[in-house]
Write a protein that binds this ligand. Structure first.
Ligand SMILES: Nc1nc2c(ncn2[C@@H]2O[C@H](COP(=O)(O)OP(=O)(O)OP(=O)(O)O)[C@@H](O)[C@H]2O)c(=O)[nH]1
Ligand SMILES: [Mg+2]
Length: 413
């Protein structure tokens, strides 16, 4: 595990005196963990309907991945490049030509070209990094922004609240700079300053190490705030903006501006939060549609300091990919299964294996506490879990740019 993440886990485990520390659950329990084997002490029964197995469906294969290429779908990245760095894209062809020429000249000048850097590679001493945490109330759009910035889906986003259940990492690498985004579960504060009981453990996890981020984005849904102001949200924003932290820059992001019809209403909200000393900047953005995100990403890139990158810019780590596989299925689960059912499901990754033909075998178990919930999740003759499986499988194939054999089993606790 990388240094920053390891440090955060250590700190979150060792801290017990935070405002949210009533629960003494070790933080490592709250983090998503992966087991290589199914937990066999589960008294579960499986029938044919409750299993989705993608090998029984014909799902189109992604284009074969050429060697030395990123292991995700480049289409997503290209869209981000277009949205966030448009001029650079336009002149890239010209740049390519000059790069080829410069490279040829350099090669001629150097006796040995052994230490030459490949395209996109940056010497460790020239690398810049920034760790950015995104916090805010449920449904503010934290995960949507993370996905947009990163250029691929790393976190589930849904109109339902409490979609994100644990911290998710997304990485943007541009030139010599790498920005690591940490998307967190929605935070809520009661008048007492404590988190709500049901989500306390998650809130605690997100808060214990909030100070470690170089930049903290506090985000809220400005459209919702204009239509029905929520005192809990105001409390959170105010609380986070009251005291400046000399080691951390905090910025306020008013999200979902695309939904606000009268743009002058945005000024009202900006005025409402203008006298909070801890916020260095305010941004009005649409994390879903991308407006304002270019300025935000440029601001973040400018904050980066000389520090070696923690993540490989070309290859998603297995840890990140495993997490994406769970997030993609969770998003589909929230799309297709309603009310409280998806929230009670225990979701486990039980097998992750590269097959000889280069494809990936992913097996996940969805464990429900009640038989009735299991039936809902399975659907008539397996129709619901089948739908979830097909959609998730298609998306995983696109994201991972390879054939994925997805198996979902719905089990009873
Ligand atoms: N119109 C619009 N919708 C948005 C925007 N950002 C997010 N959404 C939608 O808002 C809903 C919630 O988005 P998420 O990204 O899941 O929000 P979140 O803050 O991560 O939510 P939790 O994980 O539950 O805390 C989804 O339906 C998104 O599509 C935006 O800028 N504009
Ligand atoms: Mg989320």
């Amino acid at each position: 595990m990388k240094a920053f993440r390891s440090l955060r886990i250590l700190i979150s485990i060792s801290r017990t005196a935070t405002p949210f520390s009533k629960t003494h659950l070790p933080q490592s329990f709250i983090r998503r963990s992966y087991s290589a084997q199914a937990n066999l002490d589960e008294p579960t029964s499986v029938n044919g309907d409750s299993v989705f197995d993608s090998s029984q469906y014909s799902i189109e294969d992604p284009v074969k991945k050429p060697k030395q290429q990123p292991n995700w779908d480049k289409g997503y990245r290209e869209r981000v490049e277009r949205e966030l760095f448009p001029q650079e894209k336009q002149s890239s062809e010209k740049k390519d030509r000059s790069r080829i020429l410069a490279k040829a000249l350099l090669e001629a000048a150097l006796e040995s070209a052994d230490d030459e850097l490949g395209d996109g590679e940056v010497r460790e001493e020239d690398q810049k990094s920034l760790n950015v945490g995104i916090i805010g109330p449920p449904n503010a759009g934290k995960s949507s922004l993370t996905n947009f910035m990163v250029g691929t889906k790393v976190a589930a986003a849904s109109r339902k609240t409490n979609t994100t259940t644990h911290e998710v990492l997304g990485v943007l690498t541009k030139g010599d700079t790498q920005v690591c985004f940490f998307d967190t579960p929605g935070l809520m504060l009661k008048k007492s300053g404590y988190g709500y009981t049901d989500i306390k453990a998650r809130v605690q996890n997100a808060w214990t190490s909030v100070d470690l981020f170089d930049v903290l984005i506090v985000m809220f849904d400005v459209h919702r705030h204009l239509t029905c102001p929520d005192s809990r949200v105001v409390r959170l924003i105010t609380y986070m903006g009251e005291e400046a932290n000399p080691k951390q820059k905090r910025i306020l992001c008013m999200n979902k501006v695309d939904l606000v019809e009268k743009k002058k209403d945005l000024l009202k909200v900006a005025e409402e939060f203008q006298n909070l000393p801890a916020y260095e900047r305010h941004f009005m953005i649409s994390g879903l549609k991308g407006s304002g995100v270019k300025d935000l990403s440029q601001y973040l890139i400018d904050q980066a300091v000389k520090k070696p990158w923690e993540e490989d810019p070309f290859t998603m780590s297995e840890e990140v990919m495993k997490n994406i596989s769970l997030e993609v299925v969770r998003e589909r689960l929230l799309d297709h299964v309603h009310q409280e059912v998806p929230y009670g499901v225990e979701h486990r990754l039980v097998d992750w294996r590269e097959q000889r033909d280069g494809s990936l075998r992913i097996e996940q178990h969805l464990i429900t506490p009640k038989l009735s919930q299991r039936k809902i999740l399975v659907g008539k003759s397996g129709s619901k879990i089948g739908r979830i499986g097909i959609e998730a499988n298609e998306e995983l194939r696109r994201i991972m740019n390879r054939k994925v054999h997805l198996i979902l089993k719905v089990l009873l606790k």
